[in-house]
Design a protein around this ligand. Structure first.
Ligand code: SIN
Length: 285
């Protein structure tokens, strides 16, 4: 099989054809996939039939894996994942318990697990069941967002860090074991620079995590809110984004070091079941 890489034509993303992820990959194919990932930031593989073991094997070509993140549903005893590296994202409830996390609500723009000291460098998401409408996932290019900042914001982000809250998920649920947010200056989580240098491409990208409960240390609450609102309005511009409408068997891998993503809400009466892995990253510089 010959691998083909077809860019989406948007600010990021490419579809990779000619590859069967249910089988181990040849070295040459893997090198081509890794290079395409760094060039396009998000890769789409359609029509795949991968078991959890095959999903983990593919993800491990990119590095060691993190265990799945904790969320309210995990702690409530849902999560029926076959292996601890697999995070189930689903609205399905079985025997009165959610089988996964994030439900059916909109997930705000974010980068995965930015609230830990060494956030995952990438995530892999595989679709097993898809609703008839909604639940699309959009990605945005944070190299472009950084390059196109107005001068004053560019100087600002180069000189500041951001605090990333760990208490709340991207759909706004408070994680089990955490209190609901009261004052964003006192939330649990991590501080990272607002601009990071990608360790493999050398490119500079905005690194903001998520808007909800974010705070810029050293500023008053009002100043922090105002500058974060301006930065997020910039990041959310459609020209930086690409949206994927899922079909069963689609697999996406994205680079958390230079992208953000969000998910549309969908009909709570339909079913959406996705399995995700997280590839270990390092400190943010
Ligand atoms: C996520 O990883 O944030 C979830 C994306 C999705 O459910 O499409």
């Amino acid at each position: 099989m010959t691998i083909e890489v077809h860019p989406t034509g948007a600010a990021l993303g490419a579809e990779v054809k000619g590859i069967d992820l249910s089988q181990p990959l040849q070295d040459g194919d893997m090198d081509a996939v890794r290079e395409a990932w760094l060039d396009h930031q998000v890769l789409l593989f359609r029509g795949q039939q991968v078991s959890d073991d095959a999903l983990i094997r593919f993800s491990q070509y990119f590095g060691e894996l993190n265990l799945s993140p904790a969320s309210a549903t995990d702690m409530a005893g849902g999560q029926a994942a076959s292996r601890p590296e697999i995070w189930i994202i689903s609205n399905v409830v079985e025997n009165g318990k959610p089988i996964g996390a994030l439900g059916d609500k909109e997930a705000d723009w974010h980068t995965d697990m930015s609230y830990v000291a060494e956030p995952p460098k990438g995530s892999v998401l595989y679709s097993l069941e898809i609703p008839p409408a909604g639940g699309d996932t959009s990605f945005a290019n944070m190299y472009r967002a950084f390059e196109t900042l107005p001068d004053d914001l560019r100087r600002f982000v180069e000189a500041h860090s951001c605090h990333h809250d760990s208490s709340t998920t991207s759909v706004g649920e408070t994680r089990a074991g955490f209190a609901a947010a009261m004052d964003v200056r006192e939330m649990p989580g991590e501080v990272h620079p607002m601009v990071r240098t990608h360790p493999e491409t050398g490119g500079k990208a905005l690194y903001l995590g998520r808007r909800r409960n974010a705070y810029v240390p050293g500023l008053s609450l009002e100043e922090s809110e105002a500058v974060l609102d301006r930065l997020w309005a910039h990041c959310e511009k459609p020209e930086f984004a690409w949206t994927h409408q899922w079909a069963v068997g689609d697999l996406l891998i994205w680079d958390n070091r230079c992208t953000i993503h969000r998910r549309d809400a969908f009909d709570p009466h339909s079913r959406r079941v996705m399995h995700r892995t997280q590839i270990k990253g390092g400190k943010v510089f």
